[in-house]
Design a protein around this ligand. Structure first.
Ligand code: AMP
Ligand code: GLY
Length: 423
């Protein structure tokens, strides 16, 4: 079959590598893709939000199956656009992707269906939000309702900081209309874990767990980023916690969406915090995580196309998800200066050194093929993933592998997976 993948980051490269291993797939297209994806797929220069062009391309090329990677097109209804044209596309429809597209929606859903999450209030008026802050304990968390590139969350230590936060989200519109409505919620503490789940609308099956490192600097300092590295599995996500989450979070979320007439088919990403009072939902995403996919998918034994088709055919209950009994660590190689200003266009050396080693992967994020070779073309440039028998071994392997790849301006965190030592 012919598969089209929509997106062009490290996550889509990880999806493409898994799709390339499916016995059902003869040809992969990716829109827009990147230099790494271009080695296993034919990249087409169509943007992820250009639904008319994407649908037209899929019809012309007789694509059998489309996978939508990023949040923006899912939330804007990419899957609905494909379905309206009689095409099969994997991912939640617009009415279900709202679970990521609106934090107020997801918080209200959790409240209505008793799914554990932080206490909160929602505001559309900045005066009311500011007045409410007078009654709060600090720190407190402010969240823009809409999509904000993962940056719409402000943790405020004092009332003054929180008032400034309301100003920048709701009045200065730092994230545009995403801040027309905000959620103010209780600050929680604990370890974070990401659990990505396949969903068919009724059945939900969690994949192996992972943990992301969102801050730019070592020791979780500096600005929030799209993610600087991941490890999988999380040693803190025990069997008891898994059992609790299945009973109180995953299945109830699936059932809640169904009860609301918003059947969720696709990947549900549960961002959890393991608090003293048990696991609670920090956020939902309607897609694979980036860079969570880069450590979870290389460990999956199933044929990804078979699992995705089972989701779309509402037969996920017949599938047994299987993961390798090992570990993986992904270290993101970024351009120095990310997530603010950085230079790009530097030639990258050593990529094939990593690729040719068994159990090692280089997932491209911001790269471009030029006459000089593959060059840096974004803030997050590459994700270097390595497997190992244990998390520590995987971490050592991943950091060894980062030495093989060089480009001017290369920046990475040196403590990805450090938490493993405390397990
Ligand atoms: P989100 O985009 O909602 O996952 O938030 C981004 C990050 O902000 C999370 O990964 C947490 O580190 C942090 N965060 C979000 N909500 C809370 C909360 N209620 N308490 C503490 N930290 C939070
Ligand atoms: N790594 C976090 C995310 O994909 O949202």
């Amino acid at each position: 079959m012919k598969v089209l993948i929509i997106g062009g980051g490290g996550r889509e490269h990880a999806i493409a590598k898994s799709v390339a291993m499916s016995k059902h797939v003869d040809k992969i297209y990716c829109a827009p893709g990147n230099a790494g994806i271009g080695q296993i797929a034919e990249c087409v220069n169509i943007g992820v939000m250009e639904f008319d062009k994407l649908v037209q391309f899929a019809k012309e090329k007789e694509i059998d199956f489309t996978i939508v990677g990023p949040d923006d097109p899912l939330v804007a209804g990419a899957v609905d656009a494909f379905e309206a044209a009689g095409l099969r596309a994997f991912g939640p429809r617009k009415n279900a992707a709202i679970i990521e597209g609106s934090k107020a929606f997801s918080k209200d859903l959790m409240k209505k269906y008793n799914i554990p999450t932080a206490a909160y209030e929602t505001f559309t008026n900045p005066e009311d939000a500011t007045a409410y802050l007078e009654t709060c304990k600090f720190p407190i968390v402010l969240k823009a309702d809409g999509l904000a590139l993962g940056k719409g969350v402000l943790i405020c230590n004092t009332k003054e900081e929180a008032k400034d936060g309301v100003q920048s989200l709701m009045l200065d519109k730092q994230f545009g209309h995403a801040g027309d409505r905000i959620v103010i919620e209780e600050f929680m503490t604990g370890r974070e874990v990401s659990v990505l789940c396949f969903c068919d609308g009724t059945t939900i099956k969690p994949m192996t767990s992972a943990q992301d490192h969102k801050r730019a600097g070592d020791g979780d300092t500096g600005l929030n980023t799209g993610g600087m590295g991941t490890f999988s599995p999380s040693p803190f996500y025990t069997e008891d916690i898994d059992a609790f989450c299945k009973e109180h979070i995953y299945q109830p979320t699936m059932d809640a969406m169904k009860a609301e007439g918003r059947d969720f088919v696709g990947i549900l990403f549960c961002g959890l915090m393991l608090t003293e009072d048990g696991p609670k939902v920090l956020e939902y995403n309607a897609r694979f995580g980036d860079p969570e996919a880069q450590v979870v998918l290389p460990r999956m034994k199933n044929d990804i196309i078979e699992v995705m088709q089972a989701c779309m055919d509402h037969k996920l209950s017949e599938v047994e998800l299987e993961f390798e009994d090992n570990a993986a660590v992904c270290v993101v190689l970024a351009s120095n200066g990310y997530p603010l200003a950085y230079e790009k266009g530097f030639v990258i050396e050593g990529l094939e050194e990593v690729d040719k080693k068994e159990g090692y992967y280089v997932f491209h994020a911001g790269t471009k093929q030029t006459e000089q070779g593959i060059v840096t073309n974004g803030g997050r440039v590459l994700g270097v993933t390595a497997k190992g028998a244990t998390l520590k071994e995987a971490r050592n392997n991943a950091y060894e592998a980062t030495k093989l790849v060089s480009f001017e301006n290369k920046y990475m965190r040196n403590d990805i997976g450090k938490a493993i030592d405390e397990a």
